[in-house]
Design a binder for this molecule. Sequence first.
Ligand SMILES: Nc1ncnc2c1ncn2[C@@H]1O[C@H](COP(=O)(O)OP(=O)(O)OP(=O)(O)O)[C@@H](O)[C@H]1O
Ligand SMILES: [Mg+2]
Length: 270
Amino acid sequence: MPLICFASPKGGVGKTTLAANVARELARAGREVVALDLDPQNALRLPFGVRLDDPAGFTALLRARPDWQRCLRGTPCGVGLLAHGACDLTAAMALAAAVSAEPELLTAPLRGLLSRPGLYVVADTMPGPSPLLAAALPLADLVVTVLLGDAGSVSLIPAVESGASYGAAAQERPGQPPPVRARFVYVLNQYDPRTRLGPPIADAVARHVGKRLLGRVYRDENVAEALAAQKLVADYAPGSKAAQDMAQVAAAVAMWLQPGQEAAAGGVAA
Ligand SMILES: Nc1ncnc2c1ncn2[C@@H]1O[C@H](COP(=O)(O)OP(=O)(O)OP(=O)(O)O)[C@@H](O)[C@H]1O
Ligand SMILES: [Mg+2]
């Protein structure tokens, strides 16, 4: 049913980390969840423990219109994984061109997946606009932008809000993708209150986006260590600050997907 896209204008901010761990938390809360990797980096599989030399993924066959159900792989935490698959530059460019020319290659099977009652699809995306994100965006219910606590991140918020950062169509026009109906929410990642800029930047983000700031995830070495161990944070370091923060973000995501619940949803005070 709902599609949640993790996105950001900048790279290396924690999209993949948050997409994987939020998917895990949603599954732990009893939901059926599919984690969908729309980034040719093919990294979403890593925290789910897929072997590094495993090339399998759904995009290699996208143009042959495969049954996505067959591409789904189980993971120990119960999240179904649609790995992107190994992808060199030529394959990535061919895929981007194919989806730009024919977004239905992605949106038709994605709509099929989203028609399953009760299923949550959590998508990881590459930084900035991309053909795969632009195609998926009109189907999204929630776009979670991951920001770092630096001055540059605050300056990016207006472009995110307008949809420009992600290549979204602002209005309906012939030949353009349908406009975005998703709500735009934010997570501040790698928050460190001991730095001089940490608290004022967090306040500035909260002032800009108000209750749409789902939470802060503290900078925590357990996160990087969990990735090195190819584990999800709550499995690698249960009870760690980052695991608690991610659980709170997942709860806020779930709240935002309840109709009319935005007012009660998470949010961080300025
Ligand atoms: N809260 C955190 N505390 C400490 N390290 C973190 C935290 N969040 C993410 N990291 C680390 O930051 C690095 C980048 O994270 P990640 O790969 O999730 O970013 P990304 O936005 O998906 O990057 P890309 O744009 O390349 O796809 C990883 O090494 C990850 O372990
Ligand atoms: Mg990533």
